[in-house]
Design a protein around this ligand. Structure first.
Ligand code: FE2
Length: 374
């Protein structure tokens, strides 16, 4: 049963203040080509670079931006580097969910005092443009959270990086900010990581979905959504549940080889325009059969958009007490069936599209069947 546990808006003092998502860093096999994909397919703009040409000999990083969304793509330049090992083990995937904080020292020390596992203590990075403080803690799998304090920094991304533009002008598709980042964890791991976010980082449990909410004829999963005090950072955590066949979460864990980030949801103010452009750029989305649209109006009531436009683009619709939302999911963006993106437009709704879970998971099962992993 779905349980709405707590509102995201709180009047009490925030136990762990976060300003929002600072950036998401991927470790990839070839950052140069991945950066080109995000520029050409998703309309991101290349803004900064760090590599041998900037005096950094071991890795290459490209920083891409679209409105408030910042992605960093990093590759190793030698097989001995730990990033090369990470890519061999997991394929391309999310390494860092970086959180923008007002005081990195406070965030890091508080997290450690409350039981977080340290990755790297506070480091102050400086250049002519100012200073940035960073510190990191471990979360599920090999994923880490980096706290980023960037008071008064006016350079490109961070000290060590230099400003860089893409060779072709980027064409933004209207993506605005990160709405939520979902983690897939091992069976039995969901409650452990929900407890971690509650006890270490002061998050609130927002919603619980059990296997009856999220199941098809064949597969099932369970999910809990945690949110920070101001509601700007939301992390749904999924774990597999018993079904007749292999769930998408088990498939993910088999291919990623441990817990990790499953999808990043990014917002737009005009999903029809955004998805039209993404499709024109060659972005591949999950397919939902046309009969989904036969009954959708009965389920969601009146909406501003023309259902035929949504049907043509395969955009899903759901409603909750606060309004409605429009969403669509890409296919995985690398060879392994691991990380993908959700494009979401919220028109009041604060939830996650529960009414679409069945259609969505059946769509994923069709892809799993093609891969021979159902
Ligand atoms: Fe999502």
């Amino acid at each position: 049963m779905q349980t709405l546990t707590k509102s995201t808006t709180q009047s009490v003092k925030d136990a762990f203040p976060l300003n929002g998502t600072d950036h998401v860093e991927f470790y990839v096999g070839n950052a140069k080509q991945s950066a080109f994909y995000y520029q050409m397919a998703f309309g991101f703009e290349l803004t900064a670079y760090r590599g041998p040409e900037t005096g950094h000999r071991e890795t290459c990083s490209y920083v891409l931006q679209q409105d408030k969304i910042r992605l960093v793509l990093t590759s190793a330049l030698s097989p001995e580097h730990d990033i090369a090992r990470h890519v061999r083990e997991h394929g391309d995937g999310v390494k860092v969910l970086a959180l923008w904080v007002g005081d990195a020292e406070y965030s890091y020390n508080t997290a450690i005092e409350r039981g977080a596992e340290a990755v790297s203590s506070v480091e102050t990075l400086t250049d002519d443009h100012g200073e940035v403080k960073i510190a990191s803690i471990q979360t599920y799998g090999e994923t880490i959270h980096t706290f980023v304090e960037r008071k008064n920094y006016n350079g490109a991304f961070m000290p060590g990086f230099e400003a860089r533009k893409g060779l072709c002008p980027s064409k933004p598709v209207g993506l605005k900010y990160v709405d939520h980042c979902v983690g897939n964890v091992e069976l039995g791991g969901m409650n452990k990581w929900v407890k971690f976010y509650q006890e270490v980082m002061g998050f609130n449990l927002l919603i619980t979905f059990d296997d009856k909410d999220i199941s098809t004829e064949y597969t099932a999963l369970m999910s809990k959504v945690v949110s920070n005090g101001n509601g700007y950072v939301k992390f749904p955590i999924n774990e597999p549940a018993k079904g007749l066949k292999k769930s998408q979460i088990e498939e993910y864990l088999d291919f990623y080889r441990c817990a990790g980030v499953q999808h990043i949801a990014v917002t737009t103010d005009n999903i029809i325009e955004t998805v039209s452009q993404l499709r024109n750029n060659g972005v591949d989305f999950l397919y939902v059969p046309d009969n989904y649209y036969d009954t959708v109006t009965e389920r969601v009531g009146e909406i501003d958009e023309d259902i035929e436009d949504l049907k043509a683009l395969n955009i899903l619709i759901d409603r909750d007490d606060d309004g409605y939302l429009l969403q669509i999911f890409t296919k995985p963006v690398q060879d392994r069936p691991t990380v993908f993106y959700e494009i979401i437009q919220r028109k009041g709704a604060k939830s996650f599209g529960k009414g679409n879970f069945k259609a969505l998971f059946e769509a994923i099962e069709r892809e799993q069947a093609l891969r021979g992993t159902l």
